[in-house]
Design a protein around this ligand. Structure first.
Ligand code: MSP
Length: 513
């Protein structure tokens, strides 16, 4: 039986169009999912849409349409983004689906029956924008409320509370005994920092007088449930009949780690007698001109246009290469175009064309067998062995940018190798030894490219499949037996030419005044 691997992304808020931040997270999860599939795992990749809550209700009201009609419209755009980016999700969950609502209500009822939910009254500060109650800890040092909370008003309300505080000692202990629960580790330390203060219980209801667009509490029809209780449950509700719990990894951004994913979710599951997810993989933020890419900043939608100008593969490569998982990264047209030209066009694309050219001209399109074996060839093969090991290690730690960096060292070494061998000179030499060197050179470049294209399939599925086909190789569905240096390319028929990353004319940026 292949090992199962259940991976999720956050479910995006259905209150605007998809942007760079949403796109990146799907790409990261997809690369990991595809990588694990190639390793032989039975992968289940889940993503979806978070459709309830105040903001959706308000926007639908402003547009004078039913919230369901509004989210149906939004869902089209988000699903299209997945298609455009080549995301291989196995399921898509929307929190307005019956399968999800049933599980949320079941969770609520069980917690209520077991005494983990109680009715309480509180007068508190409330942020409509964030849909959360605030405490004095949330204030700025000067006593004002940070802008992210929007308008903050005092509200007295009777609500249902989940006994979150009761689980604090368990959670602290869990984190202490599971140091890899949050990846990267420095984020786990931040969670422990947060847990040094005593936690409050979690208000998990909203009176219908204030919010109707949500899942009704099964034990009190005057309330709907809090949007985070609803949203987090998607990871479980989507696989309830599949026996896939606990998830192997939830891929999320740093803004929703603590408290939702690192505190509420494990405690909710604990109270329900379920295991926590095995790991949270926390990425940083994409910024544009050092400002967080977001719907409200209005700066992040246009970056998705590179998918249509340069192709999904180039976009996926850029995102994975440029962001060190865990850190923030800045998206810029200059760095995108540089990577496209330098890494993809010059370093990889030109190498492929050099090979096709030389094999076409000197061997009638059939890749020769390696005949000579000199230190240059031995060095290249040794570098591959090293590269492969480093690559697997990086991917196992989900450091995709490191994996790509390592791989590009190898690609550069192949370019250096071909320069050193100068096959165009060897081809002119009448010496038999030079002909043997030429054979070897092209055989080695072909084999190196086969290996590169194979390990890169999860990142650039279309371009790498094209590369493999152009060097006369089948596209493997698994890494098994595919990553050793071998002579499988001998006699493969190559294409005449193959433009993987064509030069792209971009519209000139608007003239600055
Ligand atoms: N709906 C909640 C998540 C519920 S999960 C049970 C939510 N939605 S969101 O649309 O605001 O964000 C979805 C994901 O995109 C989050 O993981 C968030 O961190 C990520 N990103 C949103 N903007 C981002 C950037 N600028 N950069 C990188 N990712 C960020 O939160």
């Amino acid at each position: 039986m292949p090992r199962s691997f259940y991976i999720t992304t956050a479910i995006d808020y259905a209150n605007g169009a998809p942007h760079l931040g949403h796109a990146y997270e799907k790409v990261l999860a997809d690369v990991i999912a595809r990588y694990r599939r190639m390793q032989g795992c039975q992968v289940h990749l889940l993503t979806g849409l978070d459709e309830h809550g105040q903001k959706v209700q308000q926007t639908a009201q402003q547009r004078n349409i039913e919230p369901q009609v509004f989210v149906d419209e939004i869902a089209v755009g988000f699903r299209q983004m997945l298609v455009d980016l080549g995301i291989s999700n196995d399921d898509y969950i929307r929190t307005t689906e019956t399968r999800h609502k049933k599980v949320v209500q079941d969770f609520l009822q069980r917690l209520h029956d077991q005494g983990f939910i109680y009715l309480g009254t509180k007068t508190d500060w409330y942020s409509t924008r964030q849909e959360q109650f605030l405490t004095d800890k949330d204030r700025n040092p000067d006593g004002s409320w940070p802008d992210i909370y929007g308008e903050v008003t005092q509200t007295t309300e009777e609500n249902y509370y989940f006994k979150l505080s009761q689980f604090q000692p368990w959670l602290v202990d869990y984190l202490a005994t599971h140091p890899d629960f949050v990846n990267p580790r420095f984020r786990q330390k931040q969670v422990l920092e947060f847990l040094k203060e005593p936690m409050n219980d979690l208000c998990i209801s909203r009176p219908k007088t204030r919010l109707t667009w949500g899942i009704e509490l099964p034990f009190d029809r005057n309330y709907v449930t809090y949007v985070w209780f609803d949203a987090l449950t998607n990871y479980y509700s989507a696989v309830v009949d599949r026996g896939l719990w606990p998830a192997d990894v939830h891929v999320i951004g740093k803004d929703i780690l603590s408290p939702p994913h690192a505190v509420y979710w494990p405690c909710m599951l604990k109270a329900l007698g379920l295991d926590p997810p095995k790991q949270l993989l926390v990425h940083g933020w994409w910024t544009i001109n050092n400002q967080k890419a977001s719907k409200s900043a209005g700066n992040a939608g246009s970056t998705l246009s590179y998918v249509s100008t340069h192709g999904a593969d180039a976009f996926r490569y850029y995102l994975c290469r440029e962001m060190v998982v865990g850190q923030d990264a800045d998206f810029s047209a200059v760095s995108f175009v540089n990577r496209y030209k330098a890494d993809l066009g010059n370093n990889l694309g030109n190498l492929v064309n050099r090979l096709l050219n030389m094999v076409g001209r000197n061997y009638a399109g059939s890749i020769p067998a390696a005949a000579a074996d000199e230190p240059l060839e031995q060095g290249l093969r040794a570098l591959w062995t090293e590269t492969e090991a480093k690559l697997h290690k990086a991917i196992d730690e989900y450091q995709v940018s490191h994996a790509l960096e390592t791989l590009w060292v190898f690609i550069s070494a192949m370019n250096a190798y071909i320069e050193a061998r100068a096959p165009w000179k060897l081809a002119k030499s009448p010496e038999a030894a030079d002909r043997a060197r030429l054979d070897s050179c092209l055989a080695h470049v072909a084999e190196g490219l086969r290996l590169v294209a194979t390990v890169l399939l999860p990142v650039m599925p279309v371009a790498c499949a094209k590369l493999l086909v152009n060097i006369g190789r089948p596209v493997p569905g698994s890494f098994a037996g595919q990553l050793q240096w071998s002579q499988v390319c001998t006699l493969s028929k190559v294409a005449e030419a193959c433009i993987l990353f064509p030069p792209v004319d971009l519209p000139a940026p608007p003239a600055s005044v």
